[in-house]
Design a protein around this ligand. Structure first.
Ligand code: AMP
Length: 299
């Protein structure tokens, strides 16, 4: 794997169809699933590794974000990545950029409401990566459901000639969605964190038995989350996949997203629903058989 820190070097080394997989590093199997899909579907796989300060609203969260460059490079190499684009803060933005990409219509609820400024930070950097790397394909996880909608929309609005591919959530065997931040969960917090994926499981049952009212579905999720000890619940809401707006009836492609804090760790999760007339198919993602390789690297 070749490590570069300028857009020109990354572009110069691409051949054929180029896929980009943006990450903030500290890789886990969720990232690896994106890399694997990209490897299958393109000639050049470029992984970006950049902890984007613009998308952190809490200084502490940024300061302690986990990092391990050597480990990430070894995992990228094993995943068949061709190029790692790892810019320094200076080479990415000398200072804060004057140009901000913002999608207010898509970001007034859920993550956007609880993390003001977060999506403008994400969108500004993703637009810069798309402009600088000129990928044919770009891979994102459904774990960040609202982010996926934001990225699809900015790519269309700004006419980036890129196909945005969304991939399923990767989970631990017991259901916990993988996240680099899971490294901060101690045993008790980790048990408590299971309330998120449990809440989604009861939501899936409720939808399978015919429930289509968003309020009722959200209540089912809230009920399970509120019953859990040591959890600070932020929201449980049903939104359209198309524009991340809250909906009242599950009658179009949607996702039920939850967010909660367990101690200092903020967790998000969701289940996607595809809707075809009366038929609703839930997609909760895929489960690992073994504990995530994330824990082998507890700092
Ligand atoms: P991050 O490094 O957390 O910014 O994530 C980089 C990419 O990996 C984003 O597109 C995320 O949605 C995706 N991702 C993170 N966690 C998971 C997961 N558990 N399953 C699938 N994709 C994920």
């Amino acid at each position: 794997v070749i490590v570069v820190d300028t857009f020109a070097d990354a572009r110069a080394r691409g051949r054929g169809t180029v896929a980009v997989v943006p990450t903030m590093g500290f890789l886990h199997e969720g990232h690896l699933s994106l890399l694997e899909a990209a490897r299958h579907e393109s000639d050049t796989v470029t992984m970006t590794l950049y902890v984007n300060p613009l998308q952190f609203e809490e200084e502490q969260d940024l300061a302690r974000y986990p990092a391990d460059l050597d480990r990430d490079l070894a995992l990228a190499e094993a995943a068949g990545v061709d190029i790692v684009f790892a810019p320094t803060q200076e080479s990415m933005f000398g200072e804060r950029p004057a140009t901000i990409v913002d999608l207010p219509a898509l970001t007034s609820v859920m993550e956007g409401a609880f993390r003001p400024g977060h999506f403008a930070g994400v969108a500004t950097v993703v637009a810069k990566l798309f402009a600088g790397l000129q990928p044919d394909l770009a891979y994102f996880g459904r774990k960040d459901a609202q982010q996926l909608t934001v990225v699809r929309t900015l790519a269309a609005d700004l006419s980036f000639p890129v196909r945005v591919v969304g991939r399923p959530i990767v989970r631990e065997a017991d259901g916990l969605a993988l996240s680099s931040r899971n490294i901060f969960l101690d045993d008790e917090a980790r048990r408590r964190a299971l309330a998120l994926s449990d809440a989604l499981a009861v939501v899936v049952e409720s939808v399978a038995s015919g429930e289509r009212s968003a309020a009722a579905i959200e209540d089912v999720a809230r009920g399970r989350l509120d019953a859990a000890e040591g959890l600070n619940v932020e929201y449980a809401q049903l939104a359209s996949q198309d524009d991340a707006s809250l909906i009242e009836i599950l009658d179009r492609p949607a996702f039920l997203a939850v967010a909660a804090r367990v101690g200092p760790v903020r967790l998000i999760d969701n289940v996607h629903f595809d809707v075809d007339g009366d038929l609703v198919v839930a997609d909760t993602g895929v489960h690992l058989q073994e504990p995530s390789l994330l824990y082998e690297s507890r700092p």
